[in-house]
Write a protein that binds this ligand. Structure first.
Ligand code: FAD
Length: 298
């Protein structure tokens, strides 16, 4: 198996998954492979499908809850597919799925292009951010994406235009096509002013530092905000700030963040998310929808 997989890209074995997600949880991955180009990636997926081997796609692991239990398959990352380039003439940025969204956002300012300032504090890859339509401050990533290149269910490389991409608040067409792989995206930006963009970024960064527990491992907001309300407000109203299960704790700073206080297990995070959800439902009648994804759970 090892020698088979090695042909598709750099392969690591017995990898501690804690280094691959921002909650710093998860067990040991038997195989973790990071192809360097789309041909190897397609051949890898083809090989895995033919051999009935399950696989899990990891971005930067900043919106997922991994399982500590062993997973009988292969983890795939895009960390070797992270190239990007700007085109000043048509005000676009092209980025491979493994590029960090915040890097594209910051770099666009060097080219005096505006639009992605909101994304500077989002610690995800381009692929993971498009999958979940990451957003902040009333903006979302898919508003700025003109094209996405994917590998579809037939293993064809297909380019989807903006109009093909149905999306909404923290959701996208990719959530209902889990077998599609995002390879790259083109962002459509507009002419901006460097200083003005930097001011916006500074303001957003200050707001994050003031309101989010960035000093602890987490995966950002746990639940989507219900229409016209805030998940954090409801959780706080239920007196859950500071509530702990094992090493997992509802942040005192932001009630919609669950933090790993040092030794949280996957089960601790899972149980605390469930407890918060059920308590809010019982006490307020609001059925909060989870924003984070459970990956590798049966
Ligand atoms: C401190 C902090 C602050 C945050 N703030 C925000 C915020 O303001 N707004 C916001 O929206 N989010 C926020 N997040 C959550 C997270 O950063 C975003 O959702 C991010 O876009 C997830 O990207 P990722 O690369 O980490 O994806 P991952 O968490 O690795 O993966 C998420 C999903 O995408 C899938 N996926 C990843 N790459 C691909 C690909 N190439 N093709 C197909 N599927 C893929 C994975 O399989 C998984 O199902 C925050 C997180 C943290 C820790």
């Amino acid at each position: 198996m090892i020698t088979d997989l090695q042909q598709f890209g750099p392969l690591l074995t017995d990898v501690d998954l804690k280094k691959y997600n921002t909650y710093h949880i998860g067990g040991i991955a038997k195989y973790l492979i990071s192809p360097t180009n789309s041909v190897d990636l397609i051949n890898l997926i083809d090989y895995l499908k033919r051999n009935h081997l399950p696989y899990i796609i990891l971005g930067n692991g900043s919106n997922i809850v991994l399982n500590d239990e062993p997973f009988n398959g292969v983890y795939i990352t895009f960390k070797n597919m992270r190239a990007y380039q700007f085109n000043e003439e048509d005000q676009t940025a092209y980025a491979e799925a493994g590029a960090m969204l915040s890097e594209i956002a910051l770099k666009s300012i060097d080219y005096s292009l505006k639009g992605l300032e909101f994304a500077c504090g989002i610690p995800g890859t381009v692929g993971g951010s498009i999958y979940g339509n990451a957003g902040a401050y009333n903006s979302c990533i898919l508003d700025y994406v003109s094209e996405v290149t994917i590998i579809d269910e037939n293993m064809d490389v297909v380019t989807k235009s903006h109009d093909d991409l149905t999306y909404g608040y923290r959701t996208s067409i990719f959530k209902s096509h889990k077998d599609w792989l995002i390879l790259a995206a083109t962002f459509k930006l507009s002419p901006g002013d460097k200083e003005a963009s930097l001011e916006i970024i500074k303001d957003r960064q200050q707001r994050r530092v003031a309101t989010q527990p960035l000093e602890y491992p987490s995966a950002g907001s746990v639940f989507r905000n219900p229409e016209g309300d805030y998940a954090g407000r409801l959780i706080e109203m239920c007196n859950l700030k500071g509530y702990k299960i094992g090493g997992a704790c509802v942040s005192e700073k932001h009630a919609n963040f669950i933090i790993n206080t040092g030794n949280a297990t996957s089960k601790d995070i899972y149980n605390l998310i469930k407890y918060v959800h059920d308590t809010v439902l019982t006490k307020t009648g609001v059925d909060l929808i989870i924003e984070q994804e459970f990956i590798g759970w049966e």
